[in-house]
Write a protein that binds this ligand. Sequence first.
Ligand code: URA
Length: 422
Amino acid sequence: MAAFLMAAFIRGLDRDEVGALTRTMIDSGRRLDLAHMTAGRIDKHSTGGVGDKVSLVLAPLVASLGVVVPMMSGRGLGHTGGTLDKLESIAGFQTKLSLDSARRQLDEFGCALIGQSEEIAPMDRRMYALRDATCTVESIPLIAASIMSKKLAEGLTGLVLDIKRGSGAFLPELERGLELAKLMIDLGAEHGCPVVALITAMDRPLGRACGNALEVEEAIHALRGEGPPDLMQVTYALGAEMLVLAGAAPNTDTARRKMEVAISSGRAAEMFQRIIAAQGGDPAVVEDPSRLPQAREVEIFSAPRAGVIARVEPRAVGRGIIALGGGRTRMEDRVDPSVGFVIRARPGDVVRVGEPLATIFARDEAGIAAGMASLAEAFVISEEAEPPLPLVSHRVTRTGVEPYEAEPWVRTAEFPVFVEPR
Ligand code: URA
């Protein structure tokens, strides 16, 4: 297998070969049989980023609107965070559900947030460990087969992909992201599963909170209508695609309005409480996020000089979380859910020397020092701002790649991307 992975990494796989590999990986395990359900069954997958807590908001939000969301997520990988680690910062939350329990939960109220088990595509788990050991992770055909084998075993009627681009993405270049998107869309079509991909920015962290419990807290705020604008923009863009694919909204405009009502009425937050309770967690965190693990040490990181924030480098922030103990360098490492950063300054902000840019949450003084060093690397302050990537730049479907048409609500001055939320 190691020799095969090296060959696939170096020489690539042709379309038939990726198709055969994906089928073999799906057939190595069971499938989630949801054919008895009449509602659309839609999942979302992100290629990974820093501060990317979209799944925590999106799954309850879309499920509260009648879509069945069997969401299968992963753990932190490299400098990026993982939804399972974030969820497990809620006391008692179980992500290891059997397929039968997930199915019961989906039947009952339409959403389950689960990890990959030995039941779904077990071949992927073994191949993934070998890819890690043989440095063959960053291969477009191997990534596509790995992700799609798990997603296609979930019995979906549609899938939405969030393909990150920019310095903090695994595939920073737009062209490689598009290549991956097209391949996964094609694999979906081969199995009768329509796939839509949005290309989104990962040249700065998404939202303000970076770190497991801090991100859950920000997601709860988002579900209560107090989310940062960039997080909401990406969430609504992906959610609109999910609702349209499920047939729960005729177009993205209507979908967006439905999502706003689900949030303002409290339905989306209630759905999150329901999921937490069903999976053994403490549902009271939704009312009172201070029940989440709290860091012992908190310190402000201030601007070392005056100027314009040119960049907030996601890789440095992600590596900083690992240095604080909030991520892994080896699979068996334990994660401290309480640590991380809240990044207040955004690219384009003009700052004075000594102005607070971020808050560090650590377990001890050594963690604060490590956090300070990571943020000193992450914040690039210069004379001029560097134009950031558009938050959502392209939409990819079977018919091709189109520039993402920002909805009017994104273009207006009322919804600026780089203004501090309340
Ligand atoms: N996520 C996966 O599940 N597989 C990959 O190969 C890369 C990211």
